[in-house]
Design a protein around this ligand. Structure first.
Ligand code: ZN
Length: 154
């Protein structure tokens, strides 16, 4: 699996230069038709490069057929997540969108998760619980996926 960084930092002065805004973009290559890729390290690295010590980080997956979630990085649990979403929204379930490009299940599973999440930033790092990791959940892969992280703070 390949993980590439494409950084495009932009700093915006707000509130008398006390608030910084930093945008980082990275790519994730997913490994199958469905996959759950831990992107916590890339998010942590993006926050580190922002030099924001205290604030928030918004993470956005720039696609309509893969989403984001937070949970434990355990291989059987990752399979359980995909199997459960597959049961809730089975492939070829008679969806209207399938007449266009045959991937309505992937869009609908993405909607059930989310395309965006926000983490607190403290001490220059995103705040997560001991077992919490951020995942990019692929539903129509394998593909290269682009994630944008916007860090706001001081
Ligand atoms: Zn589609």
């Amino acid at each position: 699996m390949r993980h590439g960084f494409i950084f495009n930092p932009t700093f915006v002065a707000l509130a008398g230069n006390k608030v910084k805004v930093f945008s980082g973009i990275f790519e994730v290559s997913t490994g199958g038709e469905v996959d759950s890729v831990n992107i916590t390290n890339q998010i942590t690295e993006t926050v580190r490069r922002s030099n924001v010590e205290s604030g928030i980080a918004n993470v956005l997956c720039l696609h309509t057929t893969c989403g984001l979630y937070i949970n434990e990085d355990e291989s059987r649990l990752k399979q359980d997540v995909q199997k459960t979403l597959g049961r809730l929204v089975p492939k070829g379930g008679g969806y209207g969108h399938d007449s266009i490009d045959d991937n309505a299940h992937a869009h609908l599973r993405t909607i059930l998760l989310s395309s965006t999440l926000t983490l607190p930033v403290s001490g220059g790092r995103p705040v997560l619980g001991t077992w919490q990791k951020v995942f990019c959940a692929e539903f129509d892969g394998p593909r290269a996926r682009t994630i944008r992280v916007q860090v706001l703070g001081e």
